[in-house]
Design a protein around this ligand. Structure first.
Ligand code: ATP
Ligand code: MG
Length: 229
């Protein structure tokens, strides 16, 4: 689905990503773990097209997107939910969704069926929602664009445990029923372990470890890998 080869990127002349390679398979959930400042958000922004690649290649379904603008990547099926969510605070929940669905032609009602909590808040301004509600809205809005791949940057950051469980279940449903592949950046080990089939450990802009099989669900092992990184 998504292929990233030897990607280098950064801010101005400051290099942050030093040759990141990863492959996200069809309907796969691939986790990315790393300390604060490891380059996780930089990686997501570079894949989404908000930061230029200085070297390397980004492709989706074999189509080269390395030089494509963010909207072209979105049109190619790449959805991005940034860290901190960034919904439109002054627009109502319904407007946040209809704006996103306008180009894809996806049915907002069909997507709302996956987000009952959001469906109860349609007339509220996005900015009046709690953090957890805004995160669910951001996920629903992304789904309204009709993505085949979703890039999710810390969807559980700063969110209370009961809504975290709801987010995990919703992501499982999106992945299973809609076949959406997910690249999931998370520092919440429980969430990462519950969702990922594979986890990459990012340290100082490079992938230093790939965790597969049963080890993915071993939160203690993930925590110790983080300690060593
Ligand atoms: N706009 C910017 N200009 C210059 N340097 C930046 C900018 N944004 C981030 N950086 C630097 O890039 C490095 C990686 O930051 P990044 O946000 O990708 O980390 P992260 O892994 O997402 O961290 P966190 O877990 O805190 O979200 C950090 O050293 C950070 O200070
Ligand atoms: Mg980040």
């Amino acid at each position: 689905m998504l292929e990233v080869q030897a990607l280098h990127s950064g801010y101005g002349r400051i290099p942050i990503l030093n040759g990141v390679s990863l492959t996200l398979g069809q309907s796969e959930i691939l986790g990315v773990l790393g300390h604060n400042g490891a380059g996780k958000t930089t990686l997501m922004r570079a894949i989404a097209g908000f930061l230029p690649a200085t070297q390397g290649r980004i492709a989706m379904e074999g189509r080269d997107l390395t030089a494509a603008a963010p909207f072209q990547r979105a049109n190619a099926g790449l959805g991005y939910v940034p860290q901190g969510r960034q919904i439109f605070p002054a627009l109502s929940v319904r407007e946040n969704l209809t704006v996103a669905a306008a180009r894809s032609g996806r049915s907002v009602d069909e997507i709302l069926a996956l987000f009952p909590r959001v469906a109860r808040l349609l007339d509220r301004p996005g900015g009046a929602l709690s953090g957890g509600e805004q995160q669910l809205l951001a996920l629903a809005r992304c789904l309204c664009t009709g993505p085949s791949v979703m890039l999710l940057d810390e969807p559980t950051e700063g969110i209370q445990p009961s809504i975290i469980d709801e987010i995990i279940e919703t992501l499982q449903t999106i992945n299973r029923e809609q076949g959406v592949s997910i690249l999931l950046v998370e520092q919440n080990l429980e969430c990462l372990a519950a969702l990922s089939k594979r986890i990459l450990l990012l340290d100082r802009g490079t992938i230093v470890e790939s965790i597969e099989g049963q080890a993915v669900h071993d939160e203690a092992r993930l925590a110790s890998l983080m300690m060593k990184a």
